[in-house]
Design a protein around this ligand. Structure first.
Ligand code: UDP
Ligand code: MG
Length: 363
């Protein structure tokens, strides 16, 4: 069945290019990556800028899941703000398998506004999947993401864009005064604190829906699983400059939050994934080996001391449970160490050129 977003040609002048093909599945590799030979030289900025983009200044990517009541007002607000900016823009809605009338509303809106493009998933894949497809399909030189529930204020878009132009690759919104229930605010504050501490990225709010990116960032960073919370971490790891801007936040007026309490422990597990795939991906032994050595050392100290005691006092070791603990620590330590070595072997076997992010090339 053809999608409404694929509707008739004959679009007015400033209309963005129509998306090709039927409802996409979330894909981890973009068209850009697929067509591109895996050469470090090709990851530089100039090549990426030349592809596709250039026509559109700004793409607003809007992931949505059952947000029918908010969409019209959101569209109005976006239109007002973007109209004043005097730029060429597109509104890229990604309907993440809504079961309400969201997509019907988008269809109606598109009838009168050719800035709108929309993709609709067959089922709900999650916000990361929606962002991932949005990033892949975006044609603008700048990409702004915004939640569809009216909690993020479109009025902040010009300021985000200005901040980006100051020389950042990614500017993350910071819900400084957050309009959410306390049960969400407190864990979130803890989550942000731990993430900043462990990743070394000094921003206050990792999971703000409102963010601005330069084109290369969204074409480079892969958002899958539920890693949308960590886009700044992934981007920073690729060498992109990450900045932050305090933004206005509003209470949810319609519908309800799509993330339950499960977000916190999932977020924590994802933090481990992110730490692992960024900091220790190429040096697993640094992680496992360090733990292994520490544990082994503790075991050796305990057992060594007991053995010396036995030699000096001639007491028996059979009634010392501590000896067992020491021995266990040594065994566990050796295991950690071995896992680290195995990790090194796997990592070495998979080594490829493409992992180095090159910003610029002079030839
Ligand atoms: N969202 C989505 N897919 C999902 C869950 C959420 O596209 O599976 C969208 C949702 O419609 C909203 C944004 O992601 O536009 C943020 O979701 P929500 O407002 O529920 O998150 P919260 O504000 O509670 O963090
Ligand atoms: Mg929200």
């Amino acid at each position: 069945m053809p999608l409404p977003s694929d509707t008739p040609p004959g679009t007015p002048q400033e209309a963005p290019p129509t998306p090709a093909g039927p409802a996409p599945l979330p894909q981890r590799r973009s068209e850009h990556q697929r067509g591109r030979p895996h050469h470090p030289q090709n990851q530089g900025q100039p090549q990426r800028g030349e592809q596709q983009g250039g026509n559109i200044d700004l793409t607003v990517v809007i992931p949505l899941f059952d947000e029918e009541e908010s969409l019209r007002e959101l569209h109005q607000q976006l239109r007002a703000v973007l109209g004043r900016m005097n730029i060429r823009y597109e509104l890229l809605f990604i309907d993440d398998g809504s079961t309400d009338r969201s997509f019907q509303v988008l269809r109606d809106l598109r009838r009168n506004d050719r800035h709108i493009r929309a993709y609709r998933f067959r089922r709900n894949y999650g916000k990361s999947a929606a962002l991932s497809v949005g990033f892949e399909k975006a044609t603008g030189n700048t990409i702004i993401t915004i939640d569809a529930d009216l909690q993020d204020d479109p009025g902040e878009i010009p300021a985000l864009k200005r901040k980006l132009d100051e020389g950042f690759d990614l500017v993350s919104g910071w819900k400084k005064v957050r309009r959410d229930p306390l049960t969400k605010k407190l864990p979130s504050r803890f989550f942000n604190y731990v993430t900043a501490l462990l990743t070394g990225i000094k921003i206050h709010d990792f999971n703000c829906g409102l963010k601005a990116y330069r084109r290369e960032v969204v074409k480079t960073v892969k958002v899958y699983g539920e890693l949308h919370r960590y886009v700044p971490v992934l981007a920073s790891w690729e060498g992109f400059r990450v900045g932050e801007l305090a933004v206005n936040h509003r209470p949810r007026r319609f519908g309800k939050t799509k993330f339950g309490f499960g977000r916190f422990w999932k977020g924590f597990l994802d933090l481990l994934t992110v730490l692992f795939t960024t900091r220790f991906f190429r040096r697993p032994l640094h992680f496992f080996g360090m733990i292994g050595l520490l544990v082994m050392f503790a075991g050796a100290v305990i057992d060594g001391w007991l053995v010396v005691e036995k030699i000096l006092n001639l007491t028996s070791l059979s009634n010392r449970p501590l000896f067992l603990i020491g021995t266990m620590l040594i065994i566990v330590g050796v295991q950690f160490f071995s896992i680290g070595l195995l990790g090194e072997m796997v990592s070495k076997a998979q080594h490829r050129d493409e992992e180095y992010a090159i910003r610029e090339v002079l030839r």
